[in-house]
Design a protein around this ligand. Structure first.
Ligand code: HXC
Length: 525
């Protein structure tokens, strides 16, 4: 064949190309321009607009654009794509697989053809070991396709669980997500919702009204704020869709592609470059009751002061965040004395336990900052099961085999000392500031219990109380009892923290993870 011949398309090919172009154009339509306009009017983007915004420009390779249902119950309408856009692309040059519900087609509900497409994306992600991102905007199981839709949701849930701890799974909820479109995201690692435009619930308000007679609104029931602050279903409350995509891209930058790969490492100053930071000496809490923002301390220790908080608005008495130390990802867990004195309640325990387990599953070292009065006591917490649910954090830390470095900056009382990355649960390097108070309880409570009789008989009980409390603070609630026993590896000046932390993480880089001796434990649920 000559070069001139190669530019002449044979008529049969030309006709086939025209037919292909027509089909492709129809596949791009989704529910059509009017439905797209309705989607825009509700403050939401279309599936394809979302994919373009999430991925690196021009990187999207679509799969199954020409899939159609053959369900008679859906009538003559057989749109290409069947209500979901699937494929793969890159974020910052790293591969991701994704699916985006097209709410303009059958409300984004999942039927058989739709389900097969999503399962195929999941299988691709598992085979190639890349994260999967779901852009959810769906009424759940497609009512017209009955049990077939349920079967596909169950299969998707099964895939989500098989993929859990193998590849990162991120769910964005960008419209009204009901039924399986809420349950499948709930099985994934991170859920992102958009304020004012997204909902997540098992059933919407109409169904609730007909089943239980309760009158509620979609926003109160499953709005993004309720899910991000009250029940913790959502890990991030995005201002809008652009913010949701930005968060997702940044989140991916911290994560490995799968559980066999190390997390990405960015160029940065090394462990030996860390200078003393005298500001940290000024941040050490003077009183055990000081309400200060622990994030100020954490930011001075990690690279560039950057934290990506997970569940920022839920259980703020514990901070869970991704950060970098000498360029490598770490998972930070920190008590937050600025909220509820940093006590560990049910929500904080479950939030931190899930984060610790994620980091452990994906080989991300844990960096724990401790200033905790203990588990929260109270009739309501006991009734709601703090014993069972607080135990999840003990379980998660005990189970973790990734490198673990712990810094006690303030008080570490009672169960709070034990659970927050203590040496006894398996932490590798434990550090404390000289101002740390490590004890069974605070001075006030201890004095009342130990010296009840002397206080009752004292001429000036308040003076004796003060004197005994001072002695307790001096002699008992110090880091040195722990240091003498090797429970702490070093007591350090606050200004030295970054250097100690970076060197500890460097020393632990090659920490070998023991092969599991059993299939899995049984976390108390
Ligand atoms: C088929 C559906 C649908 C569904 C919505 N639509 N949900 N079609 N199957 N499940 C269609 C509507 O008929 C409508 O079509 C369009 O999508 C938009 O729906 P609206 O109701 O107008 O939107 P909105 O007011 O925003 O309300 C959204 C909604 C509500 C809250 C999601 O539609 C709703 O309650 N849907 C039912 C949710 C549900 O109960 N799903 C099944 C759950 S069981 P037109 O043509 O009018 O535009 C399940 C199994 C889980 O999912 C298994 C887990 C393992």
């Amino acid at each position: 064949m000559t070069v001139a011949d190669a530019t002449t398309t044979p008529p049969r090919t030309a006709a086939a190309l025209t037919a292909l172009a027509e089909r492709r154009a129809r596949a791009l339509l989704g529910g059509g321009p009017q439905a797209a306009a309705r989607q825009h009017a509700r403050g939401r983007l279309t599936a394809r607009e979302r994919v373009e915004l999430l991925l690196d420009p021009g990187s999207f390779a679509e799969t199954d654009a020409l899939v159609r249902h053959d369900c008679p119950a859906l009538g003559a309408s057989r749109p290409y794509g069947d209500g979901v856009v699937t494929g793969h692309g890159t974020v910052d040059g790293r591969p991701v697989a994704l699916f985006a519900h097209d709410a303009t087609v059958f409300g984004g509900s999942m039927g058989e053809a739709f389900g097969r497409k999503v399962l195929k994306v999941m299988d691709h992600a598992l085979r190639t070991g890349c994260p999967v991102v779901g852009l959810n905007d769906s009424g759940g199981a497609r009512i017209q396709e009955a049990v077939v839709s349920l079967a596909h949701y169950a299969e998707l849930a099964h895939r989500n669980v098989r993929a859990s701890g193998v590849i990162p799974q991120i769910s964005l909820l960008l419209g009204s997500c009901a039924g399986g479109a809420a349950y499948s995201p709930a099985l994934t690692d991170f859920t992102v919702m958009t304020e004012g435009t997204s909902r997540m619930f098992v059933t919407g308000p109409d169904v609730i009204r007909s089943v239980t007679g309760e009158d509620t609104t979609a926003e109160a029931l499953g709005g993004a704020r309720a899910n991000a602050t009250v029940n913790g279903n959502a890990h991030y409350l995005a201002a809008d869709e652009a913010d949701a995509f930005d968060f997702t891209r940044v989140l991916l930058s911290y994560l490995p592609a799968n559980n066999c790969e190390p997390p990405p490492v960015y160029a940065g100053p090394g462990a030996d470059d860390a200078a003393d930071d005298p500001v940290l000496d000024t941040l050490a809490p003077a009183s055990p009751r000081a309400a200060y923002d622990m994030r100020h301390i954490v930011r001075r220790v990690v690279d560039d002061g950057e934290l990506l908080e997970i569940h920022e608005r839920f259980a703020p008495n514990v901070v869970c965040a991704f950060a970098r130390a000498a360029g490598a990802t770490v998972g930070v867990v920190a008590n937050q004395p600025a909220h509820a004195a940093g006590a560990l309640d049910i929500d904080a325990s479950e939030k931190a336990a899930r984060f610790v387990r994620f980091c452990d599953a994906f080989g991300i070292p844990l960096l724990t900052f401790v200033d905790v009065p203990g588990y929260l006591s109270g009739a309501e917490q006991e009734r709601d099961g703090i014993v069972r649910r607080g135990a999840k954090l003990l379980y998660a830390y005990s189970e973790a085999t990734v490198p673990q470095v712990t810094v006690v900056t303030g008080k570490a009382y009672g169960g709070g000392y034990a659970v927050m990355g203590s040496k006894h649960l398996g932490a590798d390097v434990n550090l404390a500031w000289p101002t740390a108070r490590i004890a069974v309880m605070g001075a006030r409570g201890a004095v009342e219990i130990l010296h009840r009789r002397a206080l009752r008989e004292a001429a000036d009980p308040d003076a004796l109380r003060r004197e005994l409390a001072d002695a307790y603070e001096r002699e008992v609630a110090t880091p040195y009892t722990a240091a003498e026993r090797g429970y702490l590896d070093a007591v350090i000046a606050p200004r030295e923290t970054r250097r100690y932390v970076l060197r500890a993480l460097r020393a632990l880089r090659e920490k070998s993870r023991p092969a599991p001796e059993r299939r899995h434990g049984n976390i108390p649920l």
